[in-house]
Design a protein around this ligand. Structure first.
Ligand code: SF4
Length: 347
């Protein structure tokens, strides 16, 4: 698949409304919906555009905020499923998410549910999510998802407040029968700051653990916000004789639409390539200056530009922007980038 032509995954923030108070929230979620959100007809038009122009239909993950805050979520899901997109939901675990609702989504044809569990116990998870009882409820929802036949993707944010429980968290993922475990490295944006992020040495250790753990389990273990996972896997001999493959990251196999229709390279990189109300998302993805620059390793600065892994990895453009205000700057989350690493720990 040519990642300059098609995204592999499109994450779609259909609302910013959410009733949780997560301390790292990318979206700075708010309690109420915004009147300017894309409506179902507008969402359908974007889906039509992608169905017509893309040779590979991306996996679509409807997220928020909390997508279940939208009364018309069923219509949105139906619009996506009926056009042949593999459709997934990333709901917030609130009292709204009942076992019946989970089974309803499965019957509609939703293929996967992404749930966030950030630690192996309530002390870590509930403190991080800002609402007591969320951990226990998340486990119940996870069991309901597996029971319904949908795939369960577990998302774990790893940063200063959750790193202590990460290995136990991996065991929990296994016991919950996940189909994939995605470890999100906290990017200092939204409600997260530099103090809640890990430094490059710590990230390297976590990536080594993930590469090793991947070899021991039958589900996918991936890193989000740390594309140098591919370097760690390759250097560690986890890929055998295979050359390092291009990893999906911002603007390369991935795009994000916000609730107002702005198209970002990632939910963690708040620079817009355009708005779907004015321009085709496919054109934005393929041709906008922002998206094309983020796919061009010749434009990366510092260690990332000079790196042997510039093509396969390219660094987290979101972290570069969050720390230096320049998405083409070196990724300070990598020990090879040559970036000013102390910036992370001194902030
Ligand atoms: S220096 Fe940049 S391109 Fe090289 S492995 Fe590190 S993050 Fe990736």
């Amino acid at each position: 698949m040519d990642l300059s032509q098609s995204m592999h995954v499109l994450t779609w923030e259909v609302t910013k409304a959410c009733q949780l108070h997560c301390r790292h929230c990318r979206a700075r979620a708010i309690p109420h919906r915004n009147a300017g959100e894309l409506n179902v007809e507008e969402i359908g038009a974007v889906l039509d555009d992608m169905a017509e122009k893309l040779s590979f239909k991306p996996i679509i993950v409807f997220t928020g905020g909390d997508p279940s805050e939208r009364e018309d979520l069923d219509q949105i899901l139906e619009a996506s499923i009926s056009r042949g997109f593999i459709t997934s939901i990333s709901p917030s675990v609130t009292p709204r998410i009942t076992d019946d609702l989970v089974h309803h989504w499965a019957e509609m044809g939703v293929r996967a549910i992404s749930l966030s569990i950030d630690g192996p116990n309530p002390q870590i998870h509930d403190r991080f999510r800002g609402v007591k009882g969320t951990f226990e409820r998340s486990l119940q929802v996870a069991h309901a998802v597996v029971e319904s036949g949908m795939s369960l993707q577990l998302n774990t944010s790893v940063g200063r407040f959750t790193i202590e429980g990460l290995e136990e968290m991996g065991e929990l993922a296994k016991s919950l029968q996940v189909s994939s475990w995605e470890v999100f490295f906290v990017i200092p944006m939204g409600r997260a700051n530099l103090k809640s992020s890990l430094d490059a040495e710590e990230i390297e250790h976590v990536l080594e653990y993930l590469a090793d753990y991947q070899g021991k389990v039958g589900f996918r273990v991936t890193a989000v916000g740390a594309p140098h996972y591919v370097r760690v896997q390759h250097e560690g001999g986890y890929m055998g004789d295979q050359p390092p493959r291009q990893i999906v990251r911002e603007a390369r196999g991935f795009a994000f639409i916000d609730h107002l229709g702005e198209v970002y390279p990632s939910g963690y990189l708040p620079l817009s390539g355009g708005n779907v109300r004015e321009r085709s998302i496919v054109d934005i993805y393929r041709q906008s200056e922002l998206f094309t620059s983020l796919r061009d390793p010749d434009r990366f600065e510092g260690g990332c530009g000079a790196c042997d892994y510039a093509v396969a990895c390219g660094g987290s453009r979101a972290r570069a922007y969050a720390v230096f205000g320049d998405p083409l700057a070196p990724d300070p989350g990598c020990i090879l980038s040559g970036a000013d690493l102390p910036a992370l720990s001194q902030a």
